[in-house]
Design a protein around this ligand. Sequence first.
Ligand SMILES: Cc1cc2nc3c(=O)[nH]c(=O)nc-3n(C[C@H](O)[C@H](O)[C@H](O)COP(=O)(O)OP(=O)(O)OC[C@H]3O[C@@H](n4cnc5c(N)ncnc54)[C@H](O)[C@@H]3O)c2cc1C
Ligand SMILES: NC(=O)c1ccc[n+]([C@@H]2O[C@H](COP(=O)([O-])OP(=O)(O)OC[C@H]3O[C@@H](n4cnc5c(N)ncnc54)[C@H](O)[C@@H]3O)[C@@H](O)[C@H]2O)c1
Length: 473
Amino acid sequence: MTHLKVDLCIIGAGSAGLSVAAGAAQMGASVVLIERAEMGGDCLNAGCIPSKALIAAAKHAYQPQHGAAFGVEDTTPQVDFAAVKDHVRRVIDTIAPVDSQERFEGLGCTVIRADARFVSRTEVQAGDTIITARRFVIATGSGPFVPPIPGLDGVMVHTNETIFDLRDKPDHLIIIGGGPIGMEMAQAHRRLGCAVTVIEGAKAMGKDDPELAAIVLDRLRGEGVAIMEDAKAERVSGGEGGAITVHTSKGRVTGTHLLVAVGRAVKVDGMGLDVAGVDHDRKGITVDANLRSVSNKAVYAAGDVAGGLQFTHVAGYHGGQLVRALMFGLPARARTDHIPWATYTDPELAHVGLTEAEARKRHGDKLTVVRSEYAHNDRANTEGRTTGLIKVMVVGGRPVGASIVGHLAGELIGMWAMAIANKLKMTAISNTVLPYPTYMELNKRAAGAYFSPKLFESATVKRVVGLVQRWLP
Ligand SMILES: Cc1cc2nc3c(=O)[nH]c(=O)nc-3n(C[C@H](O)[C@H](O)[C@H](O)COP(=O)(O)OP(=O)(O)OC[C@H]3O[C@@H](n4cnc5c(N)ncnc54)[C@H](O)[C@@H]3O)c2cc1C
Ligand SMILES: NC(=O)c1ccc[n+]([C@@H]2O[C@H](COP(=O)([O-])OP(=O)(O)OC[C@H]3O[C@@H](n4cnc5c(N)ncnc54)[C@H](O)[C@@H]3O)[C@@H](O)[C@H]2O)c1
């Protein structure tokens, strides 16, 4: 058995673990980084990157069929599904060196490729190495939750861990779960030529503003994705030639392939957390506002396993907060009110801060909701992207939330994320001069919609202007 004594031991080399490791090692701490599977974790290997690469291929399949409005004849492209998967693989391989063992060893980390588990409150074993550390970061992420639906174990079930490796095009893909994974995968597969049915137990895209989500759902339905809502998957059965039937509270659907996307299960099993005295539950490690275990002060958690929002940018944010806490002894104080998210359907759906419903509940009459429609944006008109809108929730002259549905919503939300993170006023947006014609002007128009009534419908302003005009030379 080898023994190592270090400042910091990080378990998991996904977005969260890598962010902490890179920062801590470059600031001079001795760091052990342990990963039992592929470097880069879910985002690189089975999450964000393959899904966005697949969506990009699907856009290429879709666009040639919709050029007529621009005077370009519609054509039906031939999709080589296996070649699409080659493209997905190439993108992963291109990005992989940034997350690689070699790169992190170059930064000064000791990288161990093994399963890690606590053997005491201050020691972790990985393979034949025992690591004693002043601090530990658990960044073990999450995996697909596969619910105990009767019959599921009797058919071939895909999750995000296998769907990107599928090289034969599904004739009919059934997706259980209408969250971000389900809806992104539904549209991508439909555009690549599959029949797709989504079975959602409650409301599809149910974590987003329902008015904006409805615009995405209309679009997907218009493209031929069948979406069943309030239809809980109750039983699954197999049939001849690999056919799969999902029985729901609203009837049954038969397809050729099944993707389960009903949420995530955090990875904490077999880690010796009880030996280390680290409290945890179904949502992950129980941490305080500083991402520190409430029951073992030497242990911190970051990313999906920290029990909050499950996004790569949150994992990165946790990483930054922990570097600050672990290297300088400053409080981490992870906020959540300024965290944006985006779902990369077409149109995209993005959000930051309070939704309209949450803002109404919290702020009542003090809330103003302003809107800006894509149909009034010149750039959107030139590109035929006029479906969409922005809603901004404003209290006391400052944005407290923004929701966007439309082309590039994931990019546009950045301006509101910056405003909320830095507690900027609406004037910070309205004072900004933007290039014309851009989609970004939608944000400025929303800020304009906030000030317009105050300027153009105010008797006081009219009186002052009248007086000034009388006295101006
Ligand atoms: C299909 C899909 C699409 C997504 N798209 C987006 C998106 O567009 N944008 C976005 O922000 N987020 C997206 N996400 C979410 C994002 O992937 C996760 O939030 C992010 O990967 C979490 O990072 P993490 O470091 O917490 O965990 P992970 O990336 O899961 O990394 C944890 C690592 O720990 C390792 N590990 C676990 N247990 C042990 C152990 N005992 N010993 C050693 N190693 C261990 C695992 O092997 C893994 O490599 C998507 C997720 C999925 C599934
Ligand atoms: N663009 C992005 O940022 C992005 C993309 C994909 C995933 N993610 C992350 O991954 C997480 C997991 O995504 P997800 O879509 O798997 O989970 P989710 O929890 O967001 O959505 C799962 C959906 O499945 C439904 N469901 C659960 N059980 C069901 C049943 N038996 N029958 C029918 N429907 C059922 C739920 O009502 C819910 O709407 C997300 O919350 C997000 O954090 C992010």
